[in-house]
Each structure stands twice: as structure tokens, then as C-alpha cells.
Design a protein around this ligand. Structure first.
Ligand SMILES: [Zn+2]
Length: 216
């Protein structure tokens, strides 16, 4: 099993000055883009070269995901179009020892089986629907040091990875449900699009265009 953990600066670390104190380098909670925002329908672009800041950005994504009580997050959801996702593998496995996984340019190379399960999405708060996805997948990706990795993921871990990779392609879980069900959700989706969102994490949603501020 490769070391998939985030670099130490994104994790909690104990100071080496002998003091019994834990410290954390600063990470930011980013606002999450809500249904109706164009970036959620865009295809993210592969990360092609070592770019400074990928590990720090992944650390911010993890912080954002946890603040919102999510178990996965894609860069599109924080308004960034690089192919990067984070998954809270520890929360999924109910083990505090398993660190979150950050995947750069993730690609599903094999899929097996299929199973239905209800899903939600931090960008589509308040709506949950059953989605059929593969039971077991093999995924190839780069870690935040851009080293190639491959893992097998099944059950919930695989499901979350598939959900997040969908985001990178501008696909939402709603796209996997039947047209009748989608019709029934129309009213609630319209509300989200209009900015009627009730969540306790920072968001970017619809805001009415400013009037009378442009002098030209
Ligand atoms: Zn989502």
C-alpha cells in the first residue's frame, strides 16, 4: 500500500521543541460552490507539471470537506478547475488512523459489479437520491508530490472516488437518476439555484446582480 497521506504540513504535527503542544500550519476553509454555479458543469484540466501549492491546496480541500462534514470533495466544488479530489478514507473506514487521500489526475482503470446507494453532495445540500455505481474499482492517480499511485477501492470508498471524479468532468450525481425523479426535484433545485440554501458552511451561490453601480 503506497503512502497516500498528505504531506506533513497539511497534517497535525507535534512540535519538536519539547513542549507538549500540537500545532498546525494554517489551512483555509474554502467556500463551496452550490448547484447552479457554472464551475460545477465544467471539465477540470489535468495537472501537468509540478506546481507549487498542490499539497497546500489539497490541505485546504481536506479542511473544507471536514468543516462541511463531507467525506469527499472535488476541486470544482471550491471553484478550481484542476483535476484534484480529496476523500476522507478514515471517516469512511471509521478509523482515525487512516489519513485523507488526495488524488491528482485520478483515472478509473477497472470497474466491477454494481450497487445502488443513496448519495448526497455538499454542492446540492438537502437532496439525496439513489445512484447505481460500480462496486469495486481500480484507480490510478498522482499523489500531491506527483508520484504515480494505484489503489483498489470498493464499497463506500470506491463510491466516493467515483462521485468526486464525476465532478471533475462536470457531472453531478443527479445526472445518474431517472428523468421522473429529476422532475420531482425541479422545485428544490430551482431554490438552490436562486440562492435559497440553508447550510452552516461557507458557500458561493447565486447573488442578484448589482444594480446602478456601473458608471458606464
Ligand atoms: Zn458532490
Amino acid at each position: 500500500m503506497p503512502d497516500l497521506s498528505l504531506p506533513s504540513e497539511a497534517k497535525q504535527s507535534r512540535g519538536n521543541d519539547g513542549e507538549d503542544e500540537t500545532q498546525k500550519l494554517p489551512v483555509s476553509v474554502l467556500p463551496i460552490y452550490i448547484y447552479g454555479q457554472a464551475v460545477l458543469r465544467k471539465k477540470a484540466r489535468p495537472v501537468r507539471k509540478a506546481a507549487a501549492g498542490i499539497a497546500a491546496f489539497a490541505g485546504d480541500m481536506v479542511e473544507t470537506m471536514r468543516k462541511a462534514n463531507g467525506i469527499g470533495l472535488a476541486a470544482n466544488q471550491v471553484g478550481d478547475l484542476r483535476r484534484i479530489i480529496v476523500v476522507d478514507a478514515g471517516a469512511i473506514a471509521e478509523s482515525e488512523e487512516i489519513p485523507p487521500i488526495a488524488m491528482v489526475n485520478p483515472e478509473v482503470i477497472t470497474r466491477d459489479g454494481s450497487w445502488p446507494m443513496e448519495e448526497g453532495c455538499l454542492s446540492i445540500p438537502g437532496i439525496r437520491e439513489e445512484v447505481v455505481r460500480a462496486e469495486k474499482i481500480r484507480v490510478r492517480f498522482l499523489d500531491t508530490s506527483l508520484q504515480a499511485q494505484e489503489i483498489d477501492a470498493e464499497g463506500m470508498l470506491g463510491r466516493v472516488i467515483l462521485h468526486e471524479i464525476d465532478h471533475l468532468d462536470g457531472v453531478l450525481f443527479l445526472d445518474h437518476i431517472g428523468t421522473v425523479k429529476r422532475k420531482l426535484l425541479r422545485g428544490r433545485l430551482n431554490k438552490l439555484e436562486r440562492g435559497e440554501v440553508d447550510v452552516d458552511y461557507p458557500i458561493v451561490g447565486y447573488s442578484p446582480p448589482a444594480t446602478g453601480t456601473d458608471p458606464r
